[in-house]
Design a protein around this ligand. Structure first.
Ligand SMILES: [Zn+2]
Length: 361
């Protein structure tokens, strides 16, 4: 989370809390407005975060607030169009993409962001229904969707398309561009515990992966260097990966919880079942990397999970975030302090990347 932006949590009060409340009322999560962040608001925020695939911490930072904004839009509430540099985000866009995809138009991944692929799909829909093909989603398009709804089929064609798109890329790792994102950095150390910080750990593993993959001929791009001073948020990291035309993004973080026995590693890919969103290739890479790390290191298997964090959502290629262990857990921390374990994790990640692009798989 960017430290320069404000966070709101239980106990806070003021106009910002009233605004949060207002968003919750709009989506029907609570009934009464208030400018005090009380238990009711806390519970509503946590439930919202849960349902949206966000971290459930009851804290309203920029990401949660943006998602509250997005959640208020239903399809038909506003005109939707592609505006480069200022893409429209919202639940209405997710619904539109889902429908376009169901109707057989390629709108890309269902991610709630009106990008160029969504515009192309709207144009195709307009063409096939005899309207001016301007890519703008207004009343005519909404009516066309209403009519087409009656012949809708199920399934997730966009997930199959993602898989078809990946197939020709399975030509080995030597011609691939892989972004390795070491979490945090600069003045942001991330989480800490047992004399370890996330920023150190993530960067160390990232450079080890870089070495291994570079030796195989892969172009490896790091989102930051060791001396990065400016804070780079998750959106900027995602945009960097998109601008680099990367084939895969691997983000490295660690967990830490006060007074907890939590331990083990987990991998996260883009998805949210409630909104019918999932990156199938992200899920596939998450599976690969998770089992490699567990096998190599013996860390507890906390499995793979779908999340909608900015880095996973905004990236246009498979992206996976790995939480390599709990800094707060004695045994995990002991392992992670050992250079040999960090080498094993890097080897596991490198192996998973190799398998992911292996023509034989
Ligand atoms: Zn982190």
């Amino acid at each position: 989370m960017n430290q320069h932006k404000q966070l709101f949590r239980k106990g806070d009060q003021g106009p910002a809390v009233a605004e949060i409340c207002d968003r919750l009322i709009r989506i029907g999560a609570i009934k009464n407005s208030s400018d005090v962040f009380d238990d009711v608001i806390d519970a509503a925020i946590r439930q919202f975060q849960q349902s949206r695939g966000l971290t459930v911490d009851g804290i309203v930072g920029p990401e949660t607030f943006r998602r509250l904004e997005e959640a208020r839009w239903s399809l038909g509430d506003r005109l939707l169009s592609y505006t480069p540099g200022h893409l429209i985000h919202g639940d209405d866009v997710s619904v539109l993409q889902r429908k376009l995809s169901d109707f057989g138009f390629d709108a890309g991944r269902v991610d709630g962001i009106f990008g160029i692929l969504t515009e192309n799909a709207v144009r195709e829909l307009q063409k096939s229904t005899g309207f001016t093909s301007d890519g703008i989603c207004g009343p005519e398009v909404f009516r066309a969707i209403e009519r087409l709804n009656r012949v809708v089929v199920g399934g997730s064609p966009e997930q199959i398309r993602e898989e078809l798109h990946h197939l020709p890329r399975q030509t080995g790792v030597s011609d691939k561009v892989v972004v390795i994102d070491a979490g945090h950095g600069g003045s942001d150390d991330g989480l800490s515990g047992n004399d370890l910080t996330e920023s150190f750990l993530a960067f160390d593993i990232a450079t080890k992966v870089e070495g291994r993959l570079a030796a195989l001929g892969t172009t490896v791009l790091l989102t930051r260097n060791q001396k990065t001073k400016n804070l780079i948020d998750e959106q900027q990291r995602a945009i960097f990966a998109n601008d680099s035309n990367a084939d895969l993004v691997v983000s490295i973080h660690a967990e830490s919880l006060p007074n907890s026995n939590g331990n083990g590693c987990a991998a996260y890919y883009f998805g949210n079942e409630a909104l019918g969103q999932r990156s199938r290739m992200g899920q596939q890479f998450a599976n690969l990397v998770q089992s490699e790390i567990v096998n190599e290191t013996g860390l507890n298997d906390c499995r793979i999970h779908a999340k909608t964090w900015d880095l996973l959502r905004i990236t246009r290629m498979p992206a996976v975030r790995i939480e390599v262990g709990y800094l707060s857990h004695k045994t995990d921390a002991l392992k992670l302090k050992d250079n040999a374990t960090r080498d094993k994790i890097a080897a596991a990640i490198s192996q998973a990347v190799t398998s992911f692009f292996d023509p034989k798989n």
